[in-house]
Each structure stands twice: as C-alpha cells, then as structure tokens.
Ligand binder design. Structure first.
Ligand code: ADE
Length: 246
C-alpha cells in the first residue's frame, strides 16, 4: 500500500507510524506513507490555510488554493492515485472497504480536513471517494485516515505475523470474533473453558463458532440480520436462544 496524506499536522501522522506493526510493514516495504503539510502549499507570507465561510456561521474553512496546489504537485509524478477525503459526511468505512483498499494498485491520497471543513470545490473537483469512520465528529481527519490505513494494511500478506489472523478476525465471516484465552488455565479462580484444553479440534471449532455467534447476537444483532445463515448457524442460533432464553 502506497499512501500520501495531506494534513496540517504531518508530525502527528508520522508519530503513529513509528510503532509496532505499521513500523514493521514500512520496514518490509509493504507500506509506504508520506505526510505533506498543506501549509507548505500556501503562497502568502503568513501561510494562511483557512478563511471565514461565505454566508456566515461558526468556524473556518480550508481554502481551495493550497489543497489544489498540493494535489496538483503530488499528481505531477503521473502515478495513478485514488483521492480519499476523510469527513463525517462520507460513506461509512468498514471491513469490506478496508479489504478493497488493501488491494488497490493506485496510490491512496488522503485529504485530512480541519476546522469546519474544506471548500466544497475541492471535494467536487479532486475527491474520488469520501469516507467517514463513524457517526461522530473528530477535530480533524488525521486519526480517521490512520484508522483506514491501519485496518487496510492488516490484509496485506506478510504484514501480520500469522497469516490466518486477518481472516479469522471479527467481521471476516460477517460476525464478531470468538473469545481468546492464554495461560494460566486458572487465573484468580476464573477458569479457561474446559473444551479449549481438550485438544479435540472439531469440538473447539464448534465451541468458538457458538461463542462468536452468541456474542454477536448480544452485542450486534444487526450483523446476524444481514447474514446469509447456513444450516449450522441456524442450528447454533436456536441452541443459544434456548439456553439464554432470548
Ligand atoms: N473528520 C472528522 N470527523 C470524521 C469522521 N467521523 N470520519 C472521518 N473523518 C472525520
């Protein structure tokens, strides 16, 4: 994955990329992220990036000139790019979009807004896709673009230590992940479910499936409603409903 980020805070973005899996992915050449300061594309003495909104109202709006200049500068290398604007008005980002972006051959160019937003002409002329990470408002798009990069890069082979991890995660089968345990088997009287110590792989698989479905029914029933249910799932759901009196 090759990404460029247009932001007023490149240091904040770069700091996050210095740790853990994202750092390793960059070292392995599986992820490249370059952060550019929007202010570097201003041409006035005070390097002003924002202005009052036409029509009045609270807050400031990021001016079109520096964003157009920045995007034109980046595009001058003639590499294909997908321009993504992070905003609460965007389409809801999810597992499927993360997976699609991880397979994108074009460079991803993230535009991070601040203040009340960006001039609408930037969105109209330059943006290919507008994404939101949830129904709340952040102080800027930086965290949101990092969320998108972080969750997408996990799908790239070689990024996670164990290749199975991304495919066994929550949402990969349309439901939440099953509960995980490690040693000790008895921690302060709280015991690991017996079946996980049994070595019986089929029993363990079924226990995990049931635990994942049970969790999903309780925490995210909307996911179950959206799923095409197999016979096995229907049977497990019936069992859980009977046991838990749902
Ligand atoms: N910028 C501010 N809030 C945001 C959100 N919820 N998603 C993406 N970008 C944002």
């Amino acid at each position: 994955m090759r990404c460029d980020i247009l932001t007023l805070f490149p240091e904040a973005v770069n700091a996050f990329l210095e740790f853990s899996i994202l750092k390793k992915a960059r070292e392995k050449g599986l992820l490249e992220v370059k952060a550019y300061n929007i202010r570097d594309f201003t041409e006035d003495r005070h390097r002003v990036v924002d202005d009052y909104p036409y029509g009045g109202g609270a807050g400031m709006v990021i001016k079109p000139e520096p964003l157009f200049k920045a995007v034109e500068y980046l595009k001058s290398d003639n590499k294909e790019r997908l321009v993504i604007f992070m905003s609460p008005q965007g389409k809801q980002f999810n597992y499927e979009i993360a997976r699609r972006l991880s397979e994108e051959n074009r460079r991803l160019l993230f535009i991070c807004g601040r203040y009340e937003g960006i001039d609408e002409r930037v969105r109209m002329a330059l943006v290919d896709e507008e994404l939101s990470i949830g129904d709340y408002v952040l102080t800027g798009g930086e965290l949101a673009s990092l969320v998108v990069i972080d969750s997408s890069v996990r799908f790239i082979p070689g990024v996670l230590g164990d290749e199975r991890s991304a495919l066994e995660d929550s949402f990969s089968q349309g439901i939440l992940d099953y509960p995980h345990y490690t040693r000790p088997a008895d921690f302060r009287g709280m015991k690991v479910p017996e079946v996980l110590l049994s070595g019986d792989h089929e029993k363990i698989r079924r226990w995990r499936e049931k635990a994942a479905i049970s969790r999903t029914l309780r925490q995210r029933p909307d996911l179950i409603e959206k799923m095409k249910l197999t016979e096995e799932y229907l049977q497990i759901i019936d069992e859980i409903k009977k046991e838990e009196g749902l």
